[in-house]
Design a protein around this ligand. Structure first.
Ligand code: MG
Length: 227
């Protein structure tokens, strides 16, 4: 990886970065997987964060039953998980996420969302919580990729959408597999540790810097020397 310089674009993961949504996601995943006969814990959820729904379910089918998940099984479990999630009280935006996004936009840098999520209401929620930041041209979701994180594909697509080189962009991620995906795309990664994992795990997966959260990143943004 080349050290970043003159940052033109910032790629943001969504869950656990822009939204404090991981506790709700993990509860929905555990309930849906259990309902369909899988053994799946909160910790499994954090360790698998960033995978598409299909990949998450398929991997568990292979691990637990020694077979691939069927299309029907993947559709039913993910639909049930999404239903639980959408009927939950809803995830709040991370404190200072909107401030940070607006600041980056004012600096003239591009912003791209890179998420494994395939929620139907995703863009609507983003526009409500982060006005005038996201549209379909600067979002990469589960619908845009063949291989989700930890494959580099979503981040390579983000580079294409932003029209810049790997050393002109940085990534903000919270999850091990998201960091792995970004590193595989040769990108510099700022991790925000907003979950239950240790900083060490995030560094082990390749994070270049680990901050405690978006609030700390917002406070330190102007002092990052590669901006
Ligand atoms: Mg995340």
């Amino acid at each position: 990886m080349n050290n970043p310089h003159k940052i033109q674009a910032v790629f943001f993961d969504m869950d656990g970065v822009l939204y404090d949504s991981m506790p709700t996601h993990s509860e929905a995943w555990v309930r849906a997987m259990t309902q369909f006969g899988y053994d799946f814990t909160t910790n499994d959820c954090y360790l698998n964060e960033g995978r598409t729904g299909d990949d998450t379910i398929n991997q568990q089918a292979q691990l637990q039953f020694g077979r691939d998940a069927t299309r029907e099984e993947m559709d039913k479990i993910y639909a049930f998980k999404s239903e639980i999630f959408e009927h939950s009280s809803g995830a709040l935006p991370m404190p200072f996420a909107n401030n940070l996004l607006q600041k980056i936009k004012q600096q003239g840098r591009q912003i791209v969302l890179v998420t494994g999520s395939g929620q139907a209401s995703l863009l609507e929620n983003l526009n409500r919580d982060f006005p005038d930041i996201f549209n379909k041209n600067n979002t990469v979701t589960a619908f845009d990729v063949t291989y989700g994180k930890p494959n580099p594909e979503p981040y390579l697509l983000a580079l294409k959408k932003a029209g810049c080189k790997a050393n002109e962009a940085i990534v903000v991620e919270n999850a091990p597999l998201g960091i792995e995906a970004a590193k595989a795309a040769n990108l510099f990664v700022i991790a925000v540790n907003t979950g239950t994992l240790s900083d060490k795990i995030l560094y082990d997966y390749g994070a270049n810097i680990v901050f405690s959260g978006i609030k700390e990143l917002h406070e330190r943004w102007d002092k990052l020397d590669f901006l």
